[in-house]
Write a protein that binds this ligand. Structure first.
Ligand SMILES: Cc1cc2nc3c(=O)[nH]c(=O)nc-3n(C[C@H](O)[C@H](O)[C@H](O)COP(=O)(O)OP(=O)(O)OC[C@H]3O[C@@H](n4cnc5c(N)ncnc54)[C@H](O)[C@@H]3O)c2cc1C
Length: 861
């Protein structure tokens, strides 16, 4: 084994081998994979080997599509077969709600270039005759599904990596890691120490233990998982013979079941409700190529549904039940990227679907390590997306919840209960007493809306408008016409201080830093000129800045801030960053009476001239020391008031008492988000994400290219010079009883004109066929050689996608924001656009000016 390497990859499962291959392919050949035992010795060897492209997060779906396409490449380079069976598959809906879910997934696929199709249960049965189709109301066909040989695939990655120059050391456990002052890692193994610039944790079942070697508790947990294999079935053999095809894969939401052909029989796996964690605290190092004891009782309820839905399978004898562990993060997506607080320590773990995701994970991580950026929007699997609150026990509760709901519908207004409440503010009990419906905002309990007195504070989950519609409307109207108060503890808050603070921020941010006592709004870009942050910054003192941003991005942003802090010499002491998290909490008051209300609580003049729009001031509010921003996300006259938690109850009580004469109302996050819609304000992680440039994001007025050399300036200047390809726009939608949720396709009537913004399909999928074995083309098949199925319909074409939206209660309009080709962005014509909501295309019109207070007069008064 060599003593030095550019990078050491720990773990030879499918993910480690993919990372190794992609690093080598990117040109890093001085790399070493170290495996405790043999390749595939964790969860990889006993996987069912299924793959698919669908994922709730379209960006992860894209990387899954890449994974599936990659298999041909690694087979060719390595000469090792993956035993690929590209059968295609269906998802079966047993209720209208599940059909709505499939319609949404199908619509999303339109701009992702996925060739899915909505079909009838009988059409599905033609491809999987073991089902009783009368149990279902509809289905979705996905041609990019199938199965492969897990061991062959892992070895194909490994062989391909070796061919490109990478080295693999087997039967050698990494036992410890330390880091030198210069950042070099000492990777201590049973066979000696390797010095490495970078370390990647691909430890699979032991990823948690490897994290602990460097002082990190990763939110990952292994779960037991069972699938059964039947004896050979004559029906299967007969089907294969008569059609010349293999049976397809089937996913049954109701039974939380997946099933497919395996040799001449059937494989059927379950995500059972009574799920069981494996090694919840520590994983033993000597766990080998072992299977766990099957427990048929645990999966009996799922099997009961399965046998009812697929009576053909019930008749078959069970040959074997496989029970093996594999790992999950809280939301079921992987943990990928550099770990905040460490240098050059990378993760590629918690990959629960290694054969769907392993390739995409390897590509994104290698891009990140070699080029400094993953090259895709990988927020959905970024290791930075969970906070300190994701402790061992929290992870345990959430992973169990996620596993047992693996194929369940997550409604847009659905809050999941496990591990809650985790963090609460001092107002938690007060909010509950006020009949608040609470939501989880990055681990913090936050009021979403307030149910009328006497009614149960509970969401009725739905894809359509629900029981919160009326109360939110009340909250919005009362705020816009009088005054409202809401909790804003769920923002990220930082302080940057020291003699180098202003230079540091000027280098990171696109806007000029404010004068003392003033506030600016500013995006942040990466070197490639893509949006990686959006902040409110106040200059609180000569060398002190307060920063507010998106709560969920706290670790993501701290990682970036730390990376760019001056490191060496005297300058290192010039900038300090402090993340407050919940040591600073807040309340916002908004509406035309908010100034009168606040004036009753402070002893300084806050008249229009004395405390202007975008001013920052430290002042006592209701007797409590606070920081106050004259700004609000509702777009009204309003204030954000920040205080230590110890004062929050005092300030809230003072606001409530002073507000009585003005008709003060409590409002929640949903009303806030509704109000920002009618102001065309974007949100971070929806409208603004690292796949968009600042001009695409319509953030033009916050980009000061001439101010100084900030990160991303050159790329932003190029974007401006060339003109952005896309633009973020706001729509008014002629919706019925459901508003957009995000990720809906935007159609435009543009004839044959090609604006070139819709993803092209990967063109790699199984053909669909009918009971007679004849290939079937979709009902919405496109005309023309270059056209893509599902994104062209006569003169209409999918030209973009929705990022978020909902009902704008004050202007009484359904609204959506999204991206369209720049050439269409200012076209307010009626009849030009349609947005697909739950399978129905609804007329939509671009609204360049915000419908509420377009001149911004109200917030400036
Ligand atoms: C029953 C079952 C069915 C499944 N079905 C599917 C399916 O159909 N489709 C699908 O995509 N996925 C499936 N999976 C999940 C799939 O197996 C995992 O996603 C995948 O194996 C994860 O790969 P990995 O490389 O991250 O982890 P692992 O396979 O666990 O690999 C980690 C490797 O790291 C090594 N290692 C750990 N610590 C050290 C150390 N300190 N030093 C050196 N080496 C170390 C281990 O020995 C191991 O080889 C299934 C899993 C199970 C259990």
């Amino acid at each position: 084994m060599k003593s030095h390497a550019k990078a050491v990859v720990i773990g030879g499962g499918v993910v480690g081998c993919s990372v190794l291959y992609h690093l080598a392919k990117a040109g890093w050949t001085d790399i070493l994979l170290i495996e405790r035992s043999e390749l595939t010795s964790g969860s990889s060897w006993h996987a069912a080997g299924g793959f698919h492209t669908l994922n709730g997060d379209p960006n992860v779906a894209k990387l899954q599509a890449y994974t599936v396409q990659l298999y041909k490449e690694i087979e060719e380079i390595s000469g090792q077969s993956c035993s690929l069976h590209l059968t295609g598959g269906v998802m079966m809906a047993d209720t209208p709600e599940r059909m709505d879910f499939l319609r949404l997934a199908h619509a999303k696929g339109r701009y992702l270039g996925m060739d899915t199709e909505l079909i009838t249960p009988s059409e599905a049965k033609a491809m999987f005759p073991l089902m009783d189709e009368t149990n279902f109301v509809g289905a979705m066909w996905d041609p990019v599904e199938g199965h492969l040989d897990p061991s062959g695939t892992t070895h194909a990655y490994a062989k391909a990596a070796r061919k490109l120059g990478a080295e693999i050391v087997l039967r050698n456990r990494v036992v410890e890691m330390t880091q030198e002052v210069d950042g070099t890692w000492n990777v201590v193994t049973e066979q000696g120490t390797v010095k490495a610039e970078h370390v990647v944790n691909c430890g699979g079942l032991w990823a948690r233990e490897i994290g602990r070697m460097v002082g990190v508790e990763l939110p990952v947990l292994a779960m037991e998982h069972m699938y059964l294999l039947t004896e050979p079935m004559p029906e299967v053999e007969e089907f294969n013979k008569s059609t010349g095809r293999e049976m397809i894969g089937v996913l049954d939401f109701k039974g939380e079941i997946y099933t497919r052909q395996e040799r001449n029989g059937i494989l059927l796996g379950t995500y059972e409700k009574a799920c069981k964690p494996w090694s919840p605290v520590n994983t033993r190092w000597d766990f080998g190529h072992e299977l766990l004891q099957p427990d048929i009782d645990r999966i009996a309820p799922s099997l009961e549904i399965g046998f009812k839905h697929f009576p053909g399978i019930e008749k078959a004898g069970i040959k074997q039940i496989i029970n093996g562990p594999f790992t999950f993060a809280l939301d079921g997506n992987p943990l990928v990227g550099p770990v905040q607080g460490l240098t050059n320590f990378w993760c590629a773990c918690a990959v629960m679907a290694g054969f769907s995701q392993g390739g995409g994970v390897g590509l994104a991580l290698s891009n990140w390590m070699v080029h400094g950026d993953p090259g895709f929007d990988v927020w959905g699997m970024d290791v930075a997306r969970f906070g300190e609150w994701a402790t061992l026990r929290y992870t345990n509760a959430k992973v169990r919840e996620n596993y047992s709901r693996r194929f369940s519908i997550r409604f847009p207004n659905e809050e999941l209960p496990a591990a809650r409440p985790a963090q609460t503010t001092p107002l938690y009990d007060t909010m509950l007493a006020n009949n608040a419906v609470m939501g989880d905002s990055w681990g913090l309990e936050t009021p979403l809306w307030f149910a009328p007195k006497g009614s149960e504070p509970k969401d009725i989950v739905s894809f359509h408008r629900s029981n919160d519609f009326g109360p939110i409307g009340e909250e919005v109207r009362a705020t816009r016409e009088r005054v409202g108060v809401t909790e804003i503890a769920n923002f990220a808050k930082y302080e940057v201080s020291g003699p180098g603070a202003e230079d540091f921020l000027n280098r990171l941010m696109t806007n000029r830093m404010p004068k003392t006592g003033r506030i600016v709004l500013t995006p942040m870009l990466n070197e490639f000129g893509r949006l990686i942050g959006d902040f409110t910054i106040a200059k609180a003192g000569e060398e002190r800045f307060m920063i507010w941003g998106s709560s969920a991005a706290q670790k993501y942003h701290m990682r970036w801030f730390e990376k760019h802090l001056p490191k060496d010499g005297p300058r290192a002491a010039e900038v300090r960053i402090h993340r407050f998290d919940q040591t600073l909490v807040g309340l916002s008051i908004a509406g035309p009476k908010s100034r009168d209300l606040l004036q009753k609580l402070v002893d300084v003049d806050i008249s229009t001239k004395a405390f202007r729009f975008m001013d920052f001031r430290e002042m006592a509010v209701g007797g409590a020391p606070c920081m106050v921003n004259r700004i609000t996300y509702t777009g009204d006259l309003g204030y954000e008031i920040w205080m230590a938690p110890a004062y929050q109850r005092l300030v809230y009580k003072a606001i409530k008492e002073a507000g009585e004469e003005f008709g003060l109302i409590d409002f929640g996050m949903r009303a806030l988000l509704s109000m920002r819609l009618e102001k065309n304000f974007p949100t971070w992680f929806r409208e603004l994400r690292p796949i968009y440039g600042p001009f695409e994001g319509s953030m033009d007025r916050f980009i000061k290219l001439e101010k100084n050399d900030f990160i991303g300036r050159e790329a932003a200047a190029r974007e401006q010079a060339a003109g952005p390809k896309l633009r973020r726009v706001s729509f008014i939608v002629d919706a019925a009883d459901a508003d957009v949720m995000g990720d809906e396709p935007i159609w435009a009537k543009i004839g044959g004109k090609d604006y070139g913004t819709v993803e092209k399909p990967h063109g790699y999928g199984a053909p669909r066929f009918d009971a007679g074995g004849k290939e079937v083309r979709g009902s919405n098949a496109a005309e023309g050689a270059s056209a893509v199925r599902g994104i062209v319909d006569g003169d209409w074409r999918v030209v973009g996608w929705v990022t978020s939206g909902g009902y704008a209660h004050y202007v009484e309009k359904s609204m959506a924001q999204g991206y369209v080709p720049a050439a269409l962005a200012e076209n307010e014509s009626a009849g030009l656009f349609e947005i697909e909501i739950l399978g129905h295309r609804r007329p939509a019109r671009i609204n360049v000016e915000p419908p509420f207070d377009p001149s911004g007069e109200k917030m400036r008064t």
